[in-house]
Unconditional design. Structure first.
Length: 185
């Protein structure tokens, strides 16, 4: 079965990349436990039973590589929601070991760095995710803008936040971030 990036829920997931629990979850149809893990990732549920369910999916379901990579990303999001950043990072690495071109693996590693206030480390990770072709371009561009903002590069941040707003005009977060900017000539 094919794993693919979630678009609509992923927008809500990064909706507050610096404060929200979830990142870009990867939908999987590989097995019932993997599906439940995905649901926990979308919900930003970091409770121990959510982590246990994701671990069971990885250990007990015979998932094809794309679904296994997706489940690692999703468990990483669940770990991130629980504030267990080292374990989240390890899961994103495990997913990327299975598929080095998995946009959500790179993006979530970047989201994690943003949560830690490290835009400088986040930026190249997010850029790799963008180059790999994310399912939600606006989410990825928005995250890159936040990374630029954390680095103090406000001109690049403004450009990315504006682009994210253009890509998804109904998404309020880019507009809210842009409201704090004053453009001068």
């Amino acid at each position: 079965m094919k794993a693919f990036a979630l678009s609509t829920a992923a927008v809500a997931a990064l909706a507050i990349v610096a404060t929200s629990p979830a990142g870009a979850a990867v939908q999987t149809y590989g097995g019932p436990l993997a599906k439940v893990c995905y649901d926990h990732a979308v919900a930003g549920d970091g409770r121990s039973f959510a982590i246990d369910g994701c671990t069971r999916a990885i250990e007990e379901e015979a998932l094809p590589a794309p679904d296994m990579a997706a489940t690692y990303v999703n468990r990483g999001i669940v770990y991130m929601s629980a504030g267990r950043y080292a374990l989240a990072d390890a899961d994103f690495d495990a997913a990327l070991k299975l598929n080095a071109n998995l946009p959500d693996g790179w993006l979530n590693k970047g989201f994690l760095r943003i949560r830690q206030g490290n835009g400088r480390e986040a930026l190249p990770l997010i850029q790799k995710g963008i180059e790999a072709g994310p399912g939600n371009q606006a989410l990825a561009i928005f995250a890159r803008g936040v990374a630029h903002e954390q680095m103090g590069d406000f001109q690049s941040a403004y450009a990315d936040l504006s682009r994210a707003r253009e890509l998804q005009p109904r998404w309020s977060l880019p507009r809210e971030y842009l409201a704090s900017y004053q453009v001068s000539r």
